[in-house]
Design a protein around this ligand. Sequence first.
Ligand SMILES: [Zn+2]
Length: 425
Amino acid sequence: METLRLGSRGAQVEELQQILLTLGYYEGKIDGIYGHQTQGAVMKFQKQFGLVPDGIVGPKTYEMLQPFLLGYTTHIIGQGDTLYKIAKQYHTTVAKIVTANPGLNPFMLSIGTQIIVPYSMEVVPMTISYTYEILERNILGLKKRYPFLKVDTIGKSIEGKNLYRIQLGAGPKHVSYNGSHHANEWITSPLLMKWIERIAEAYSQQGAIRGYNIENLWNQATIDIIPMVNPDGVNLVINGVSPANPYYQQLIQQNNGRTDFSNWKANIVGVDLNRNYPAAWEEYKQLEKELGITGPGPELYGGPAPESEPETKAMADYTRTHPFLLVLAYHTQGEVIFWQFKDFRPPQSLEIAKQFSKVSGYEIAEPALYQSYAGYKDWFIQDFIKPGYTIEAGRGVNPLPIIQLPQMYDQNEELLILAAILPNN
Ligand SMILES: [Zn+2]
């Protein structure tokens, strides 16, 4: 972690402001600008936690913030401890502690045992730029709270970041959802992460969401989620690129000299990952020229060959080795649902699209010409003849403002449940 102080800017400052706000130390805006109000909040926090109140977030302050960023702390059981007492001490609930510690017998606590204590607040923030680092921290935090979640990786990005998979459920209907193929559509990552959190929470409490019993969902379906297919690109859009990055020169050049990468959809070497799958890829290369794309850049460059990129190769290999009944690829352009590829009409595909449309309010649409080649869902439909969808969430210019996330979540919560229930075995 970088040291943060007066004058610092960026996603880490947003994260700091967000957590200080949640904890009640900060009352300002989440704007990513470390001003006097942020400094004052840091000093209050530091005083409260016995640190030197210098208003600078260095290693010691980070260490104290870390449990809150993760959403849990650890507690060593002492003489006279009960779960009720511990829950009260940390302002949380007994139910949360029980969920996070599956082997623990609440009536026979043994002194000296370390347990996980989740805080009452939710883990996945909905108000800040969602970098790869925040994703990673949230995955760790959710896994500790909900140990029944399965977490692994399906590969790595060019810069060596993990392509995480989170798995929910244990039923026979295996489906897969992904987000952030496109870098400046990163809002789809916290969308999927928030859904994981809400489903896991409901499952742990034998609860329901929108009338769906989540334990039933769990027994019917196995849901794989790849929340961030293009982590290098996401961080590029959010953080920009440092001159120390080996791709610095190349990226600036590909971005026509600009240091603002908010228009960037591609991966770190300028390949549009959603034009890099083997679905009419050669045809697309013809069209690419007509679109004026001559090489790597912010968007629409399909790469030197299908699956040339480690991110698409990982996605394709992973998809080939799991017999998914349905896939969803999340993007952000205009609140529409794409369900077709060429003349392929997988059974159930349109019926399910209609259900999605009903619960989300998104329209079923015909893709524009440049949208109808070499995408993940195109390839999935072509190779497996099963329902595959691109869900274009949100409206406006990418990257969509994070303020759209709560509404976007509302529109997609039921759709994400239906996608696991509707496909036939
Ligand atoms: Zn997209």
